[in-house]
Design a protein around this ligand. Structure first.
Ligand code: P70
Length: 466
């Protein structure tokens, strides 16, 4: 036997960048965190970020920009109308997403508002692969009703289906038959599906949805917020797609839809911004008119010129194979650690986050005592780690009956910002989750003591039950 060290056969990846600027973060005491949590009403959205050590609340607007993006910020053309950065953004969008027209907005929900107002009439139905909070609210405010047509496996954290974000074609067909194609202004296709655990949609499924809806004359609008991550999963998991570049797959996927809404704060690597894109000239005319009412002129839509430049450059960086492989690789690293330690998480691990199964972790807490809300609070108390509830609080109430929605998934999301944290941060995160998991017995539930009318999860307040 040689006494040479054993070199693992597997080669690790590393991020395709190095750090140039750092931002200090604060480590706090348990006592400090207990006071902060009480003050925040047991809602991680209400904590001050200064009191947070590792911030996995969201991947939205929390990414690190590249030196090229920062350089682009200095080239902001802050003209009210016709800024050169707007045209750069339009060009980048068409080059990588393939749509003909661009309507800029201040962020994703701005685009959802415009699309819903432009296309939905009162009494309409909008089928989609699982609800998203802001998307469904804008559909409802426009007078529509959201209908969930995701595959049933999406509601089961243990199902290992590689494309758990897929639309159930039978369910979609049944909705079309039930309400009639004329009452369906569009199908809303999320890529990847946030509320299901960041689960992707296959190219094959998108193609089948396209064929089915085209037969009835129903357009398909995508939520492209994390479509690059979706394209990566297609490259990795879908038979016959492994030889293509992520950028190619993204274009192919988008070509199966009529347009999209976008929160630029995710895939496109910026801190603020969004857009709506489409191929239909009539829809463009209506949307670019509505945008001046709600967002700003149709050549800035609520963004500064420098923000549009940063996004144009971010889009180009986001579709690079080595970027997306490292981004999702980091999420998978965290997920693998937790699985190894037996912590129940949503499988397979999604694109932007690891989702803890709060129902399995706290089986003794009934859903209307908010187990996921409590789990997020316990993680903060343990280590200063901030996560987000994605369960009954997020699901809100039924617009017609006023009862809580009771989603099957009761989750806590550990969301990884892009290009921000190191592998050591992931280790600390995993260790904190394991510590809270070990202490799970006897953790009490919560009582909601303040409930806002819209998107209650952002501002609701709670108290622990004895
Ligand atoms: C998150 C963020 C935003 C988002 C999204 C998808 C698939 C649209 C949007 C809206 C922020 C968030 C929003 C609501 C509840 C909790 C958190 N998701 N579509 O953390 O975009 O925020 O730019 O208006 O994920 O998941 P925007």
């Amino acid at each position: 036997m040689s006494d040479l060290p054993v070199v693992p056969r597997r080669r690790s990846w590393a991020e395709p960048w190095k750090v140039k600027v750092v931002e200090p973060v604060r480590m706090t005491t348990r006592e400090h965190r207990e006071a902060a949590m009480r003050e925040a009403g047991w809602n991680t959205f209400l904590l001050r970020s200064e009191d947070v050590y590792i911030d996995l609340l969201t991947d939205s607007g929390t990414g690190a920009m590249s030196d090229s993006q920062w350089a682009g910020m200095m080239l902001g053309d802050e003209a009210y109308a016709g800024s050169r950065n707007f045209y750069n953004l339009w060009e980048a969008m068409t080059a990588h997403y393939g749509f003909k027209y661009l309507v800029p907005t201040h962020q994703g929900r701005g685009a959802e508002n415009i699309l819903s107002k432009a296309l939905i009439k009162p009494g309409d139905f909008v089928p989609g692969n699982m609800y998203f909070t802001t998307t469904r609210l804008h559909q409802e405010l426009a007078g529509g009703t959201f209908v969930d047509v995701i595959v049933p496996e999406a509601h089961d954290p243990r199902s290992e289906l590689p494309f758990k974000g897929n639309i159930d074609l039978g369910a979609l067909e049944a909705v079309i038959e039930r309400v009639g194609a004329e009452r369906i202004p569009y199908v809303c296709l999320h890529a990847t599906v946030n509320m299901a655990g960041g689960q992707p949609v296959s190219l094959e499924n998108a193609r089948a949805v396209r064929e089915l809806t085209a037969r009835c004359g129903i357009p398909v609008y995508m939520d492209a917020t994390r479509a690059v991550e979706n394209a990566y999963f297609i490259q990795q998991r879908e038979p016959g797609q492994g030889h293509k570049r992520v950028a190619e797959i993204l274009l192919e996927f988008c070509a199966l839809t009529d347009g999209c809404t976008m929160s630029g704060k995710k895939d496109p690597l910026v801190n603020i911004g969004g857009w709506l894109a489409m191929n239909d000239e009539k829809v463009y005319e209506e949307a670019s008119n509505l945008v001046v009412v709600y967002e700003g002129l149709h050549t800035y839509g609520g963004m500064a010129g420098r923000d549009m430049e940063a996004m144009a450059r971010g889009i180009g960086e986001s579709v690079q194979d080595d970027h997306i492989r490292a981004r999702i690789g980091q999420v998978e690293y965290l997920g693998a650690k937790l699985m190894e330690w037996g912590v129940p998480i949503v499988r397979p691990v999604g694109g932007h986050a690891v989702y803890l199964d709060a129902r399995a972790i706290y089986p003794h807490i009934p859903q209307d005592q908010f187990p996921a809300q409590m789990l997020a609070a316990q993680l903060y108390l343990d280590s200063g780690l901030r996560a987000m509830e994605r369960g009954i609080v997020s699901a809100g109430r039924d617009a017609a009956t006023g009862d809580h929605h009771y989603p099957k998934l009761e989750l806590v999301r550990l969301t990884i910002p892009r290009r921000v944290y190191t592998q050591a941060h992931m280790d600390v995160t995993a260790e904190s989750v394991a510590a809270v998991y070990a202490e799970r017995d006897g953790t009490p539930g919560l009582r909601m003591v303040h409930e806002p009318k819209y998107l209650r999860f952002f501002q609701a307040r709670f108290e622990p039950l004895d």
